[in-house]
Design a protein around this ligand. Structure first.
Ligand SMILES: *Cc1c(COP(=O)(O)O)cnc(C)c1O
Length: 424
């Protein structure tokens, strides 16, 4: 299956029915699974068998979606989580504990910024934020013997910063640290961070993967290219796990990270994807390749329109030749730069509000990256907890409007923007 191209994987990967079974993954709406003998069940508990036994650990419908996303990202295993945030949290807990630290790009989703900046420090995991555009030397200076993770985002939401994946992966590899990339807004259709050295992929499948704003979810993909064996940073992978009869995760033949994450973190914390959400996400992602093509095309057209408009100060979309990230986007996102753009209105927060309230087709939503176009004013919503200084660090000035361009007809999108801009 992994030899097929992405358009094929979107519709075919993750589930293969046997004769007489349903063509699309059925919703296995069951907490538990039947076993006729004691040994088979015991083997499940010992990780000797990959059969299903309890839906907090694994479920057939969730497995279908996990298989599809793993195939799309070129990974060896994936874990469907309750949300994108839980995917990030579970990934961090699998690698780091109290006394450890992580490096996180400052150009990340607001929720990720809060998780690393506020919540994890309360549990003793320190976060060191860095500017992803900074030099390798400056970023490296933040690393010490306790650094367990470098966390970045392919296309940062809402600052639309395109990540130089290879640069960060090079730093991570040099120091033997796991590099996890949140690939939510690029999707594996537009970018596969594995090709540039990333080790783990995080998705909020609530966005483009589902694509219809129907199901909350997250996915962790283990790309299978990180060597835990003998790496002194990751003693928890190299020491026996007493809760699995002394299993050493680094000794597993593959999917060491995903196995530890599921066997320990999913088992103990339980933030797993529900079968129904996995079903919706699975069928939603059938059209991912087609949708990303249209999202990218529409957003590039909107960016060009807004860029010329006298009432905008600046438009952030890497399709624009003058964009700071245009060159990086040509390398990492050559087939399309996605549907997310931000722009600065010439004016105040109040002008942003007037513009947004005047829109008729495009709606105000916290959500992004689904088929419908929507807008948001981050400074007064998703990022309102942040101080003026942190807003600047996150690339979110007061007059910035985030626009998630949907797959509607481009003429309709532009005429809605046009009439609303005229109201300012
Ligand atoms: C939405 C989002 C998240 C969080 O995902 P949830 O499914 O809402 O928990 C993480 N990263 C990015 C880039 C996002 O857009």
């Amino acid at each position: 299956m992994n030899n097929y191209r992405k358009e094929t994987l979107c519709v075919q990967a993750g589930y293969k029915p046997k004769t007489g079974e349903s063509r699309i993954p059925p919703i296995a709406q069951s907490t538990t699974f039947f076993y006729g003998d004691t040994q088979s069940m015991a083997d499940c508990f010992d990780l000797k068998s990959a059969d299903f036994f309890y839906s907090r650990l694994a479920n057939p419908t969730v497995a279908a979606f996990e298989g599809k996303v793993a195939a799309l990202e070129g990974g060896v295993a994936a874990i469907g989580c309750a949300s994108g945030m839980s995917a990030t949290t579970l990934t961090t807990f699998t690698l780091a504990g109290a006394g450890d630290n992580v490096l996180c790009s400052q150009a990340v989703y607001g929720g990720t910024f809060n998780l690393f900046g506020t919540t994890l420090p309360k549990l003793g995991i320190e976060c060191r934020f860095f500017d992803p555009d900074d030099s390798e030397e400056n970023i490296e200076r933040l690393i010490d013997g306790k650094t367990k993770l470098i966390f970045t985002e392919t296309i940062a939401n809402p600052s639309i910063v395109v990540l130089d994946i290879e640069k960060i992966s090079r730093i991570a590899a040099k120091h033997g640290i796991v590099h996890a990339v949140d690939n939510t807004l690029a999707t594996p259709v537009l970018c596969r961070p594995k090709e540039f050295g990333a080790n783990i992929i995080i998705h909020s499948s609530s966005k483009y993967l589902d694509g219809h704003a129907a199901a909350l979810g997250g996915v962790i993909v283990d790309l299978g290219n990180f060597v835990f064996k003998g790496n002194p940073r990751y003693s928890s992978f190299n020491e026996p796990d007493e809760s699995y009869h002394g299993l050493v995760f680094a000794d597993l033949p593959s999917a060491q990270f995903a196995t530890k994450c599921r066997a320990q973190m999913i088992r103990d914390i339980g933030a797993i994807m529900s079968p129904e959400n996995a079903f919706l996400s699975y069928i939603g992602s059938d059209t991912l390749a087609l949708r990303m093509e249209r999202h990218s095309k529409n957003a590039a057209a909107v960016a060009e329109y807004l860029d010329k408009h006298p009432k905008t100060e600046k438009v952030l979309h890497p399709s624009l030749a003058g964009n700071k990230y245009h060159a990086l986007a040509q390398k990492y996102l050559p087939e399309g730069q996605g549907g997310m753009l931000s722009f600065l209105i010439k004016g105040t927060s109040a002008d942003c509000a007037r513009f947004m309230e005047s829109l008729k087709l495009i709606t105000q939503e916290t959500h992004v990256a689904d088929v419908r176009s929507c807008v948001l004013h981050p400074a007064s919503t998703t990022h309102r907890q942040l101080s003026e200084e942190d807003l600047k660090k996150a690339g979110v000035p007061q007059n910035l409007v985030r626009l998630s361009v949907g797959i509607e007809n481009i003429e309709d999108i532009i005429s809605d923007l046009d009439q609303a801009l005229a109201k300012i």
